[in-house]
Design a protein around this ligand. Structure first.
Ligand code: NAD
Length: 508
């Protein structure tokens, strides 16, 4: 049964929601998520809806609009109409709006964190320490960037060139379920800061915080049409955004297969395209690392957010001389991680985001056994007692004895599963680490800075961390190579992506 306490908390939180209605379905209370188009919350034009499931309990707790190309067309029209006025605002005026959006999220911090945890299954403590603070920082960072963005000039003996950086018009932003508001805001904020209007689509699996953001936009008086948020399925709403001829740039984060599909549609239309895709990231541990610090951080790098972060290290290569010692300490630490109710303060791994993804991860654990893998810990689904008894939980799983070429080591699992592999020397580990089709991130653990730099130079990845993981400065370029994507987000890279450079040459 739907837990009454939780219902009460959410009802009271949403009673004041601007246009949101609670309605009853049998014994449960459902929340109605709506599209945000032209400054107003509204249902899908077709009236169709999709159920939204809380993965920790497997209960349906909300409905979202099952929008289609008509809703996208309405959003694009609203964005086009808003563009002339929004793009003419000064950087300072746009900064003020983005600052207010950050403040609006901060004012409702707990509500955002609870919604994010409920929607995605992640521990509430993680939503409070990472997801929501980062969404606030994203808006503040790009608010300040709106004021500071500048362009180049190039002097000639008889002329001066200057580069105009102009907004593109209407930008499409499509984001995944693993870090819902964190990644959604990472796209929307620079698009708005540079003077574009936006049609955005959050994942249908985790729509809740994007909906709360639309309420914040209304509360702070963001001009109608500047940001439009459409809910629905990827192959309907997402694809309609990509196909719409008036949307001139697509910023997408998600799976590699979806990225390929988007590229096949957007490239012939000559749209600007930023693709942040999957990963199969190596963690490289040398025997001269700072041992305890390395073990605890490699545990974090492997299992944060149930391993559902594109940057998680899912292939851990350990220098042969340290292998047994590392394995023993690592497995012991992993076994201490508490898996269970995302609302409990000491929970380290919450629920897997959906039943489909839960089954995919379990199928990879089975596959690893057929490939000769030895499960060192975990390997099973887990049924916590109490309200989460029907939720989608998997034990943190460590496997060894797998060739680096097998499917378990080559394909993205995107869950709490990691593989330990010993290596002899730098050239061997580089060959194994670079053997996958992906090239997103890597972490290297050693006290020898020259060795670390050699690896950083030769590793095929867009992001390298040395003696740290997920240590982010928002000014740095972020993105992958190979099948992990094209283009870079972050800092001025994002500001440049959302603008067209126009060179103007004045002859003296
Ligand atoms: P996904 O590709 O299934 O979906 C991502 C988004 O695209 C969703 O909003 C979805 O509705 C939409 N979509 C689906 N089909 C579409 C289509 N045909 N046209 C347009 N949009 C469509 O990915 P997911 O399962 O939500 O997310 C997990 C994936 O995201 C993993 O592969 C992970 O590595 C990747 N990811 C990458 C990064 C990065 O920065 N590189 C960050 C987070 C997640």
């Amino acid at each position: 049964m739907f837990p009454k306490q939780t219902i009460r908390i959410f009802i009271s939180k949403f009673q004041d929601a601007i246009v949101t209605k609670n309605f009853s379905v049998g014994l449960a209370t459902m929340f109605k998520i709506q599209n945000y188009i032209n400054g107003k919350l509204q249902n899908a034009l077709s009236g169709s809806e999709i159920n939204s499931i809380e993965p920790a309990t497997a209960h349906t707790f909300a409905t979202i609009p099952k929008s289609n190309e008509s809703d996208v067309a309405a959003a694009v029209l609203a964005a086009k109409n808003a563009f002339p006025a929004w793009s003419k605002l000064s950087g300072e005026q746009r900064m003020m709006y983005l600052m207010k959006m950050a403040d609006g999220i901060e004012k409702r911090f707990d509500e955002f964190a609870e919604a994010e945890s409920k929607d995605s299954g992640k521990p509430l403590s993680l939503a409070k320490s990472v997801d929501i603070p980062r969404a606030i920082s994203n808006f503040r960072f790009f608010a300040s960037a709106a004021q500071q963005f500048s362009s180049e000039s190039h002097a000639m003996p008889d002329a001066i060139n200057f580069t105009l950086r102009q907004p593109i018009g209407v930008a499409g932003c499509i984001s995944p379920w693993n870090l819902p508001i964190y990644l959604f805001s990472w796209k929307i904020a620079p698009a708005l800061a540079t003077g574009n209007c936006v049609v955005a689509k959050p994942s249908e699996i985790t729509p809740f915080t994007a909906f709360l953001l639309s309420q914040v936009c209304i509360e702070i008086g963001l001009p109608a049409g500047v940001l439009n948020i459409i809910h629905g399925l990827g192959n309907e709403v997402g694809q309609a955004i990509v196909e719409h001829s008036e949307i001139k740039a697509i910023s997408f984060t998600g799976g590699t297969i979806t990225g390929k599909r988007i590229a096949s549609i957007a490239a012939p239309m000559f749209k600007k395209l930023s693709l942040e895709l999957g990963g199969k990231n190596p963690t490289i541990v040398f025997d001269d690392c700072d041992f305890e610090n390395t073990v605890s951080n490699v545990v974090r790098a492997s299992f944060s957010n149930q391993g559902e972060i594109c940057l998680c290290g899912s292939r851990i290569f350990v220098e042969e001389s340290l292998y047994e010692k590392f394995k023993t300490a690592f497995v012991a630490e992993v076994q201490k991680l508490k898996v269970g109710d995302p609302l409990e303060a000491d929970t380290k791994l919450g629920a897997i985001v959906s039943q489909q993804h839960f089954e995919k991860i379990l199928s990879y654990i089975e596959l690893s056994k057929t490939e000769g893998g030895k499960i060192l810990c975990g390997g099973n689904a887990l049924k916590p007692e109490g309200r989460c008894a029907n939720g989608y939980f998997i034990e943190p799983t460590v496997i060894e004895n797998l060739p680096h070429t097998c499917r378990t080591q080559q394909e993205e699992i995107f869950g709490p599963v990691t593989v330990l592999t010993p290596f002899k020397n730098e050239s061997e580990v580089l060959e194994m680490a670079n053997s996958v089709p992906y090239g997103l991130a890597c972490s290297v653990w050693t006290n020898n800075i020259s060795k670390a730099n050699r690896i950083a130079e030769k590793i095929e990845a867009g992001v390298v961390w040395i003696n740290c993981w997920l240590h982010r400065d928002l000014r740095t370029p972020f993105g992958g190579i190979k099948q992990s994507g094209i283009g870079r987000e972050g800092g001025m890279e994002a500001m440049r992506f959302f603008t067209e450079a126009k060179n103007v040459c004045i002859k003296y």
